[in-house]
Design a protein around this ligand. Sequence first.
Ligand code: GLV
Ligand code: MN
Ligand code: MN
Length: 415
Amino acid sequence: MTTARPDLAIDGLMAELEELAKISEAPAPVVTRVVFSEADLRARAYLKQLCHDAGLVVREDAVGNTFARWNGSDRQLTPIGTGSHIDAIPNAGKFDGCVGVLGGLEAIRVLQKLGFKPRRSIELVIFTAEEPTRFGIGCLGSRMMGGALTPEHARALRDKEGRDLEELRTRAGFAGPLESVALRPGYFHQFIELHIEQGPQLEQEGLDLGLVTHIAAPASLRITLLGEGGHAGATLMPARKDALTAAAELILALEEAARSSGAIDTVGTTGVCEVFPGAVNSIPSRVRLECDIRDIDEARRDRVIEAMRIACMNVESRRSVRIQLELVNADPPAVCDAAILDALEESAIAAGRKFKRMVSRAYHDSPFISRIAPAAMLFIPCRGGVSHRPDEYASPQWIGSGVHVLARTLSHLAS
Ligand code: GLV
Ligand code: MN
Ligand code: MN
């Protein structure tokens, strides 16, 4: 095992993060990079060039998941995986996902510079569409890799403009049967995802690293309300079937169900509210809500989903609107692999970093990889716990610590 000294090129890595952030659908400092957009494709090209420059062998699957492999000396052995995503929600920052991709690449380059020769291959993965922005479901690429989304269900996915996955992936240049995306169990020997915490704990406690033991259970709902439109002046209040006021009740019902769950770990968010026709003098006839519900306890999370079903029935009968509730996904929490966590801990101690074991409240691609291989996550702090915002920030020191410990651990696991 190499000692993986902290002689990583942190300035170069920070410059690459800046360069990647410039590839955005919105002007700086905002990063918006929706999957299969022109920006996403340019960002992929940038990353692939960096991987080629590092001598990695690059391949892409039918949905655009990208694998960049540093071949080990024993090709019979399954690889050690690392990586994350580069797509970004609207109005996002520079670090979510990108730290795990460019940091993973930097970890490989550090080991190359140190003259380390891996016995197992080390494979960097750039997952397609970790964010749910385009298709309404998170972790599209890893979900398919882990067999948690069937090709049939994937083929039925559409974006808001009605374009389906087949059309969009083909236009983006990704061909081949979707059936080939699922990886066989044991494809990776082990997998580690480096990521910003997206919460405040590590910074508040003055820690360098979080070793993630569990990843919270996310679920999302799509709720469509169909009322009756009409003239905002001429339709009197008793005659109204306003889809938006009905939706407002559901938004508050979600907040109430999450707040009253009995645990601080339950969170509920209505992040999308689309109103039709969206004219000030027209009664809303149709509303689409998208709700995100999470908890570290699956049963408690499911009770919030149930509360929403009941709220939909109540509002429907009281307000004479039609309400359709669709459960888009309800994923179980993931447990990170004990042996990888021990290896991360050993590396963190050897590197003199302060760390703790913790739960991830955000979701990630790792839970889906954990369905086919042992997986774990390594968190670094982010300023003020801020994420999914343009002012998201992780310092070079924090990123350097993460990459250093990742490199050490990869070298250990690949030896
Ligand atoms: C991932 O982006 C999440 O929403 O947790
Ligand atoms: Mn994100
Ligand atoms: Mn992320």
